[in-house]
Design a protein around this ligand. Sequence first.
Ligand code: FAD
Length: 278
Amino acid sequence: MIPPIANRFVAGEHPAVALEHARRLNDRGVNAILNLLGEHYEDRESAADDADEYRRLIDDIAAAELSACVSVKPTQLGLDVGEDVFRELLAAVVSHGRKRDVFVWLDMEDHTTTDATLEAYEELAREHGGGIGVCVQANLRRTRDDVERLADVPGKVRFTKGAYDEPASVAYTDKTVVDRELLSLLEYAFAEYDGAVAVGSHDPAVIERAIALHETYGTDFEIQMLMGVREDTQYELASEYEVWQYVPHGDRWKSYFYRRMTERTENITFAARAVLGR
Ligand code: FAD
């Protein structure tokens, strides 16, 4: 069982709990991005097991007629084992998603995985004519070129600041530069992309700019936020815009919870208050 406090950020250990959470979100006008926690597998079997789990999850989403999709991590689908393993398992998940009309997102991990992730995304998006999306990270120096290159790919791009500590040789390490870079990438995407733009951020300045860009260019967009972060705002925004909540589940929740705790002081304060009962 997920202990109190962690259960603010993780739906539960079993897929059924995540699906129930998605139903509750849908009832309040918010869509769900379901993620099975897992990363950096070093053997093919673990990666293949998670690929099977994702296929089952896709079946469950379709059967329950939920407004939900899935989001997978490249190293969860075997990228550390081999690029061929990752490609094969991802292709199986995406083609299953296409069959059931369930969208598949590719999370982006650290910069050593960016090439393999973008290449797999581009190939599958072109093969299926959509149905797949990929995350890009504003902190990476290369992202501007990537975003331009991805403009004519028939998939969707999620714009984020980037969650990984990266070396200065490949990344902007000053947070104000990253913040500015994200706004500038969004400006480009809203102006140049034909399909919808996905904005993965809790930052009010980023959300405001995305709404203004949508009004200027008419480009469709969606706002994506994490379970447990600014949820009231998610429900408010959902009355006017398309909002998706990223909902992790599974028994490997400790490292994900730790990342959320260390990311922001607000989260640590929340945890401390809960422990102290205030
Ligand atoms: P921050 O710079 O963290 O915060 C800016 C402002 O937002 C704060 O000043 C505050 O006003 C508000 N805010 C933020 N958090 C809180 C809070 N807990 N409570 C109240 N206000 C808050 N990163 C990756 O590297 N790869 C991925 O695949 C990836 N996928 C993601 C998917 C989704 C749906 C989301 C939302 C994020 C994803 N990220 C991913 C993480 C992302 O890169 C950032 O690390 C993370 O979102 C923090 O940046 P931020 O833009 O939310 O704003």
